[in-house]
Write a protein that binds this ligand. Sequence first.
Ligand SMILES: [Zn+2]
Length: 266
Amino acid sequence: MSAVPLSPSATPEEIYLSRLMAARLLLPTSVPGIYGRGARFVQVLEGLERSITQLGRTESTHVWQCPPILPHTAVEKYTRSCAFPHPRTSPEANLGDLTLAPSACCYVYPTLTGTLAAAGCTIDIESWCYRSAASLNPMQMRAFRMREFVYAGTEAQAQGFRESWVVQAQAFLSALGLESELQAQGETLDIMVPMLSGACPTALLSVHHHQDHFGKLFDIRTPDGAHAHTSCVAFGMERLALALLAQHGLQPSKWPQKLRTRLQLD
Ligand SMILES: [Zn+2]
């Protein structure tokens, strides 16, 4: 797909995609939703990574990496459980005995089987993730990065994690010059930002409390023998970069100095 030819009826999202490609922030392929990232886009992503590390990583955080493909049997276990916290995989995500990851945290829970420390456990993890739907909306990429902080502990600890992240996430967006609003869907809270005039708000972050569902599914226990509760906060990395570019302009070198300093872009 080369630069998108715009029709008079082009949506705000399609117009934005066309501008991103013209500025070489996103690099086209022959398939909508699959893009390379140009130098300035990478610079913004790296700044966001640094800022999120400062925000959420402590001395006790475990920093993990995982591949973007998972054993099919593990993902199937989530699917069968009917409570997977992020969008499900589609059949086309299956590659024999492997499946393209639908989220970063789905790698974590099966590895926590056993008994946690009294303080619980926080994991900082990022993965490339996959969605099936092809779209000319740049906020709906088919391959993108999701950064997550995942917590497992007692019910009160997991609830505390979620509540503190709802506040921290909104303050984080506000410091980036992005006004946000909360949208609740059961135990999931999406933090939405209106990115483009005339378009629907986009979820840039989401905070989940899965109760003891994964504790039971993967036999994760707290020291008193109860099933652990889990929570996670997920940052959509490309969406965050796209929101900054929409809000502050397509040239990060011209962004407010306070923002550039926060992202360590200088
Ligand atoms: Zn998650």
